[in-house]
Design a protein around this ligand. Structure first.
Ligand code: ZN
Length: 326
């Protein structure tokens, strides 16, 4: 044989050889675990479209947090489900709102856990939109004031990172100014800079009980067909003072994650959303895929695409499986 070719298989000959040349790795430090805190008592309710994900009330939060700590997970992302909703989403920025109370609860008992507070209005507004509404319009600048109040009240309660998700223009600038004026210069902003109007959010709306009651979110979230627009959105947020950039959802937008990683010198966060989780869970429950192998492949694929951090409902399982693999 007089063929000239390269022998790539030399570096795949054994498990140890493959480990030696592996380029990307997952660890518990990569994960941010979302939590749904329900206002009320004695609640630990599984989200039917998200098996393994629970809405919990404060009295069940101790056990949930102990479980998270046992899995070596160091950061949680808090969403609140208030008892009552109103036009202006008062529960989002009330000093005793459910996320503020949960933040205090966790900070008192688990001071080392990093709390990322989702800063939005949709779980708290009667209309389910992420901003103030007039007629069928979602108002931009009027919504900013409420977002700032929400962020400051979350920081006061002890949140370590503010994560604004409502896609109003100028939200990072407004929140940065508000936090600074309130004395929270050291509190970083993890901006949902690139958030698409995605069908993959379906199960989340059951989990957070925040589906819009009219219309959709396409006037503020991005068109899934667009890539260049993601640069515009992220550029603005970087200029306004964002400390992290989130791309949401994950799997269908890995090209955007790579774009952001190559362009901006900030930690890139991917949000592996509810629909992505539910698809894998459903397929696994049917015996159609190997859940462990699929989840770990997906998560390492996100890191390979350029994500530094991954918000994922799979976090606990992933940590357990990574331990098994060691
Ligand atoms: Zn929202």
């Amino acid at each position: 044989m007089d063929l000239q070719f390269k022998r790539h298989r030399r570096l795949r000959t054994s498990a140890n050889m493959r480990a030696l040349v592996r380029e990307n790795h997952l660890s518990a430090d990569d994960f941010i675990y979302p939590l749904f805190i329900y206002e009320g008592e004695n609640i630990r309710k599984e989200v039917s479209s998200m098996p393994g994900v629970f809405q919990v009330s404060l009295d069940n939060l101790q056990a949930e947090m102990e479980d998270i700590v046992a899995h070596d997970i160091k950061s949680v992302l808090l969403f609140g489900i208030p008892k009552t909703k109103d036009e202006c989403g008062t529960g989002a920025y009330h000093d005793h709102g459910i996320v503020q109370e949960a933040t205090r609860f966790i900070k008192e008992r688990f001071p080392d856990i990093l709390i990322v507070a989702d800063t939005c209005l949709c779980e708290y507004t009667s209309h389910g939109h992420c901003g103030m509404v007039k007629g069928d319009k979602i108002l931009n600048d009027e919504s900013l004031d409420l977002l700032v109040q929400t962020a400051v009240s979350q920081a006061k309660a002890g949140a370590d990172i503010i994560a604004p998700s409502n896609m109003m223009d100028g939200f990072v600038a407004a929140i940065r100014k508000g936090l600074d004026e309130a004395g929270f210069q050291d509190t970083p902003i993890m901006s949902y800079a690139v958030k698409y109007a995605s069908a993959f959010y379906g199960p989340f709306r059951e989990a957070a009980e925040g589906a819009p009651q009219f219309g959709d979110r396409k006037t503020y979230q991005m068109d899934p067909a667009n890539r260049i627009e993601a640069f515009r959105e992220a550029e603005s947020d970087v200029a306004e003072g964002a400390d992290f950039l989130i791309v949401k959802p994950g799997m269908p937008y890995l090209d955007i994650v790579r774009d952001m990683k190559n362009t901006f010198n900030l930690p890139i966060v991917i949000y592996n959303v509810s629909g992505e989780y539910s698809m894998i869970k459903a397929a696994a429950q049917n015996g159609w895929i190997d859940e462990k192998a699929t989840v770990l492949e997906m998560l390492v694929g996100m890191k390979r695409a350029g994500a530094d951090l991954i918000v994922t409902y799979h976090a606990k399982d992933a940590v357990r499986w990574l331990r098994e693999n060691q």
